[in-house]
Design a protein around this ligand. Structure first.
Ligand code: HSE
Length: 306
């Protein structure tokens, strides 16, 4: 028997203009402990947000991700006892599926350590194969602000550290949004003008997040996804627009329906909370968070320890 514990942060993808490319790791975590056995048992226990809706059989996303790694490295899937304490809100655009995939990949890395060595590129490749796009799994794996892209040799990432003046706050509603529905609302083609608009804002956003937070409002503007998806989450769009009108760099977090504000200092966040309380009929749960700089961690638990 071997036991590993992994911790994986929530993530916010897109950050406005960086559709399917930029992502930020945030200080809310899923913590999972997995033990492997020489038999075919499968026990899955889940606590925390969304626990009632999460399957506990082979279709569980963490289990599927572990199995994906074992198949990739051509090793037989072991028996498993998995205990998940989830902290990442489920289905709210904060990377809960990316966190589950990342957790599975890191559990497999830990359980296979000493037999198979998985480097960062391999971890990102395996996670992207499951998630479909790399912008949540890159920050979930590596922390900080990540730029992710797919080269011919596979998905790659660059991690950057965020300026200490940037203070994230996330507004989470009571309803969920399906990523596949959100993606289906976007047109297959965009105008050159809109493409240039997002290219300029994405480039500026890297400068704003790492050096010049005062540029965040302009740098978080987007024409590629948020407005197209708005009809499926009108309250989210209304909150984004109200916050932006007051000068806050507000964006839809991932595919929504949560809203991410990148405030230029912790003090500014309370004003954003007051706006959210006033603007829509939806109760928004505000989470004042930090940027997670570590990303997913994996540690082996020695036999006999608790
Ligand atoms: N880039 C993705 C999207 C993130 O917006 O569809 C959500 O998984």
């Amino acid at each position: 028997m071997r036991t590993v514990t992994v911790t994986v942060p929530a993530t916010s993808a897109n950050l406005g203009p960086g559709f399917d490319t930029l992502g930020l790791a945030l200080s809310v975590y899923d913590t999972l402990t997995a033990s492997s056995f020489d038999d075919d048992r499968l026990v899955v226990e889940v606590t925390g947000p969304g626990a009632d809706e999460i399957p506990t059989d082979e279709s569980n996303l963490v289990v599927r991700s572990i199995a994906h790694v074992y198949a990739d490295v051509d090793r037989p899937m072991p028996g498993l006892h998995l205990h998940a304490e989830n902290g990442v809100p489920h289905g709210r655009g904060l990377g809960s599926s990316g966190a589950a995939v990342t957790a599975g990949i890191l559990i497999a890395k830990g359980l296979l350590a000493g037999d198979v060595d998985l480097d960062d590129d391999a971890l990102l490749r395996l996670a992207t194969e499951l998630e479909g796009h790399p912008d949540n799994v890159a920050p979930a794996l590596f922390g900080g602000l990540t730029i992710a892209w797919t080269a011919e040799r596979g998905p790659r990432h660059k991690k950057l550290l965020v300026h200490r003046g940037v203070a994230p706050v996330v507004f989470v509603p009571g309803f969920t949004m399906s990523t596949s529905l959100a993606r289906s609302l976007q047109p297959p083609h965009v105008s050159r003008e809109d493409a240039v608009f997002n290219v300029s804002r994405s480039a500026l956003l890297i400068a704003a997040l790492t050096q010049s937070p005062e540029l965040l409002l302009d740098a978080t503007d987007d024409r590629l996804h948020q407005d197209y998806r708005g009809p499926a989450m009108p309250e989210t769009l209304r909150l984004v627009q109200a916050l932006r009108a007051e000068g806050f760099a507000a964006v839809v977090s991932g595919a929504g329906p949560s809203v991410l504000v990148l405030a230029d200092g912790p003090g500014a966040r309370q004003r954003a909370v007051e706006i959210a309380d006033d603007v829509t009929d939806t109760p928004w749960q505000a989470h004042m968070l930090a940027v997670d700089v570590q990303g997913g961690t994996v540690r082996e638990r020695a036999e006999g320890s608790t």
